[in-house]
Design a protein around this ligand. Structure first.
Ligand code: NDP
Length: 399
């Protein structure tokens, strides 16, 4: 298996400490954001002062609670999306080869699930069955419910990976508790032929990823195990913190000048385009085995080989022209640009609504290193050649 493994007791201890620290602090960060928003009028400074003066009671006096409404709304959403995931028709898609050597099938019905959800939500709101402000009003109790739900999933799938893992070479257990809980476990746990828990959690729980095709080629889709990082990230952190701008603007309306609106819309469109063009170039290179054109030029690629857990050797290509010939992670530049544009709509009153931008920039920089360590372990010399040809990670001349 081509996973980079921590070897040596020092690396193992560091991995354990970092995994424990992230599992402990991510929920606290989410909860802290709710408190800042609800009790400190979105002022990070005042909330931080209060936290530093009474660190324990700051949280214990405001423990997260679930309510009947939040449980009904959250479970209703998850069950409804599970029904759509199973029953809405769509073409089957074969995902890239897993580290174990399998190529699994997925039903691509995210677009119609998204349309159906929007139409039903609009009708239910119009007919008075659904309060369209439900999420905004029950923001904190919904977060608490998502926390309970994700904790249950993390526990169940950790135990499953220990007791009855899939036997296809796609389970990663290092034997180190916190690391395995954080980032180990099964890669694609399934119930039946097509209910893929990781794909469902990532593409339906925290919101609907309608155009799911790129997901299978991403780090999350192809490589992250179904454990804390993946479960908590998609079920709790993204729906909560990635929507903070909307929640913030509901209570702190901002008047933007026309010039600012035009600039931000343009910035968002440019970022979104870079992200999608980059993802599309990479996916097309894999689909066509590098036989395609980027503009008027033939795409340039490097042939790479890798071995799967069943001992077989496979070949693939690394794209090294187009956007992937300028930097090694051009899609991250797009993500960072459109996220910053979205956050800037919140004006300069508070830092809180910039949480998504701060986290996305941090995650993208961290991912550059994490993804490259994995690609180096997977492709060896071919990856070294790619890095030799494309020297910069994100910004030419700087990083
Ligand atoms: P990528 O989509 O870039 O996927 C990385 C994988 O692509 C690598 O592991 C490797 O997989 C393959 N790859 C890398 N370089 C090449 C190359 N030159 N040619 C061909 N294949 C290559 O990364 P992520 O999964 O991190 O990101 C997925 C999406 O999510 C991106 O659009 C990103 O911008 C976005 N993102 C969004 C964030 C947000 O919160 N908004 C945060 C972080 C990312 P293989 O094993 O197949 O070779």
């Amino acid at each position: 298996m081509y996973e980079p493994r921590a070897t040596g007791w020092m690396s193992v201890i560091i991995n354990e400490l970092v995994s424990f620290q992230l599992i402990a602090t991510c929920p606290l960060l989410d909860w802290f954001v709710c408190i800042v928003y609800d009790d400190y009028d979105s002022s990070l400074l005042s909330a931080s002062e209060a936290l530093l003066s009474e660190p324990l009671s700051f949280f214990t006096s405001r423990l997260p609670t679930v309510t009947a409404t939040s449980i009904a709304a959250y479970l209703g959403w998850v069950l409804f999306q599970a029904l759509l995931y199973v029953f809405v028709p769509g073409p089957l898609h074969q995902a890239p080869r897993t580290p174990g050597g399998r190529r699994l099938f997925y039903r691509l019905n995210g677009f119609w699930a998204w349309v159906l959800t929007l139409v039903l939500a609009a009708y239910a709101s119009y007919a008075g069955f659904l309060d369209p402000t439900l999420i905004a009003k029950h923001w904190t109790t919904l977060l608490a419910t998502a926390l309970v739900y994700s904790s249950a999933l993390i526990g169940v799938f950790y135990i499953k990976a220990r007791v009855a893992p899939d036997d296809k070479g796609d389970t990663l257990l290092t034997g180190h508790f916190w690391y395995d809980l954080f980032n180990g476990g099964e890669l694609h746990p399934r119930t039946g032929q097509l209910f893929d828990w990781k794909h469902f959690n990532a593409s339906r729980t925290g919101g609907i990823l309608a155009w799911t095709l790129i997901f299978f080629e991403t780090l999350d889709g192809a490589h992250e195990r179904f454990s804390f990082y993946s479960i908590y990230g998609f079920a709790v952190m993204m729906p909560h913190l990635w929507t903070l701008q909307t929640q913030y603007l509901a209570s702190h309306p901002v008047e933007l000048s026309t010039a600012a609106v035009v600039l931000l819309v343009l910035g968002f469109a440019v970022g979104w385009t870079i992200n999608h063009v980059a993802n599309d170039q990479k996916n097309t290179s894999r689909r066509t085995n590098g036989n395609f054109r980027i503009g008027s030029q033939e795409a340039k690629t490097i042939e790479a080989k890798y071995e799967t857990a069943d001992g077989k050797t496979h070949r693939t290509i690394l794209l090294c022209s187009g956007l992937w010939g300028i930097v090694r992670h051009p899609n991250y530049i797009g993500s960072i640009t459109y996220t910053c544009a979205a956050c800037l709509t919140c004006g300069s009153g508070h830092i809180l609504p910039y949480m998504e931008a701060i986290l996305v920039i941090t995650m993208c920089i961290h991912r550059c290193f994490r993804d490259e360590a994995r690609c180096k372990a997977k492709y060896g010399k071919a990856w070294a050649e790619y890095c030799e040809r494309v020297k910069w990670r994100l910004v030419p001349g700087i990083f």
